[in-house]
Design a protein around this ligand. Structure first.
Ligand SMILES: [Zn+2]
Length: 310
């Protein structure tokens, strides 16, 4: 099994100041992965290129790209109360989206699965709005890219971040070719993700939200995840699975109130791989979203990558 790791030190240059979504997140992740020499050396290491306007505009308006460009050029440091940028953020968010599309290239060519360790994260970004630390929606851009470049008819996005991926849901809400499945703390930021949000028009039935109250026991959380995933796997038959891999659903995250442990992430990863093996040639792309506990994040991501690799 070949696992690709897409990463670029340039992701550390998206400077956010005193903010939970900061460069140290990737530093602790890369450091934990490197410490496991056998794992690190077994990965196919790749550097991304920037996503083009064409790639981005399959999911976002030109107005959003232009707005981010203009704010970066003017040295404005905030898009909204939560979302901080620096002069290089446009370039680096293009690179983050490009890392997700390169991961897609890998799983349709040389690798079984691929992990993109990126910042800024993406799942809150809607077609015309950057929000919640997110500028461009990396997983949405990757899903569209797979459809256009590799003829993937059905893409399943699995979002296990503690927050609901309102942006991803919104982009595919009327689209039956991309299934959006999320488990998340609810009610919580950004306010969306109720169980009755199931898609619209032709997309009705290809959005599935499992809202979980704060403090839901890990076992209940995991069972809900597994049951839903099994059902989706049978009905939808994805050609590609993309994980919106947020690790702020782990116990002890400063921004979350859910209770998953590292072993839960390993097991969820294996369950996703099983569905992918049965329906999509094993193709799994994992793209980093949240995860803010710098004491545990490195180990948690290492557990996830190890499960993908071995
Ligand atoms: Zn999150």
């Amino acid at each position: 099994m070949t696992t690709a790791l897409v990463y670029d030190p340039a992701f550390l240059e998206h400077q956010t100041g005193h903010h939970p979504e900061n460069p140290h997140r990737l530093e602790v992740i890369v450091s934990a992965l490197r410490q496991d020499e056998a794992l690190w050396e077994s990965l196919q290491h790749l550097a991304p290129r920037e996503a083009s306007d064409e790639d981005i505009m399959r999911c976002h308006s030109y107005r959003l790209i232009d707005q981010i460009r203009s704010l970066c050029e003017r040295g404005v440091s905030r898009i909204d109360l939560d979302t901080t940028i620096c002069p290089k953020s446009l370039e680096i968010s293009r690179l983050a989206a490009g890392a997700a599309t390169l991961a897609v290239d890998e799983v349709f060519n040389d690798s079984t699965n691929a992990v993109a360790l990126v910042r800024p994260p993406g799942h809150h970004a809607t077609s015309d709005r950057a929000m919640g630390f997110c500028l461009f929606n990396n997983v949405a851009i990757a899903a569209r890219y797979a459809q256009v470049h590799y003829g993937a008819d059905r893409v399943l996005i699995i979002d296990w971040d503690v927050h609901h991926g309102n942006g991803t849901q919104d982009i595919f809400y009327r689209d039956p070719s991309v299934f959006y499945f999320s488990t998340h703390q609810y009610p919580y930021y950004p306010g969306t993700g109720a169980a009755n949000e199931v898609g619209l028009d032709k997309g009705e039935g290809t959005t599935l939200n499992i809202p979980l109250s704060e403090g839901t026991p890990a076992r209940t959380h995991r069972e809900a995840f597994s049951d839903a995933l099994k059902k989706i796997g049978k009905g939808f038959q994805p050609d590609l699975i993309i994980i919106s891999a947020g690790f702020d659903s782990r116990r002890g995250d400063p921004l979350g109130g859910l209770l998953l442990e590292d072993s839960d992430f390993a097991e969820m990863t294996k369950e996703v791989m099983d569905i992918a093996d049965r329906t999509g040639g094993g193709r799994v792309v994992s793209v980093l979203e949240g995860g803010y506990n710098l004491d545990t994040l490195g180990e948690t991501v290492k557990t996830h990558v190890t499960a993908l690799k071995f």
